[in-house]
Design a protein around this ligand. Structure first.
Ligand code: SF4
Length: 131
């Protein structure tokens, strides 16, 4: 599966869950996406939930903005739009430059999610894949 295909698939999954939770306020909705809550009530949302494993080593991790609206992917590389000081990069065997987000927790914290909130996850992620 390409990254673009994953984004499109995740968009549908996100939309379905947001629709199911339409009775919640915006901030209740964001809180619902807390990792521990999602593991308990939405086990099929992420493969990592089955192993109860977080993608980042954080005590409180929120999954609303998985993957990250600051991630960028074009034909030759992936990169961070704000060049996060906690980001990195590595070159794949094919010469493709990959952004390494493993040290950056920005999109998984509530203040950032609140500041960038939209029920339409696809519109938040609209700049990720660069055509
Ligand atoms: S933020 Fe991490 S744990 Fe949450 S859905 Fe995304 S990959 Fe899974």
């Amino acid at each position: 599966m390409t990254y673009e295909e994953w984004i499109n698939e995740h968009k549908i999954k996100h939309q379905k869950l947001v629709s199911k939770l339409s009775y919640l306020s915006d901030m209740e909705l964001v809180k619902y996406f807390d990792f521990d809550n999602m593991v308990k009530y939405e086990p099929d949302f992420c493969l990592l939930y089955k192993e109860n494993t977080k993608c980042h080593d954080m005590e409180t991790l929120n999954c609303y903005l998985c993957a990250c609206p600051l991630f960028r992917l074009d034909k030759t590389k992936s990169f961070c739009d704000i060049a996060s000081v906690n980001g990195g990069e590595f070159v794949g065997p094919d010469g493709f430059i990959h952004q390494d987000c493993s040290g950056c927790t920005i999109p998984h914290k509530i203040p950032y999610i609140e500041a960038n909130f939209d029920k339409d996850w696809g519109s938040i992620m609209k700049n990720v894949v660069q055509k």
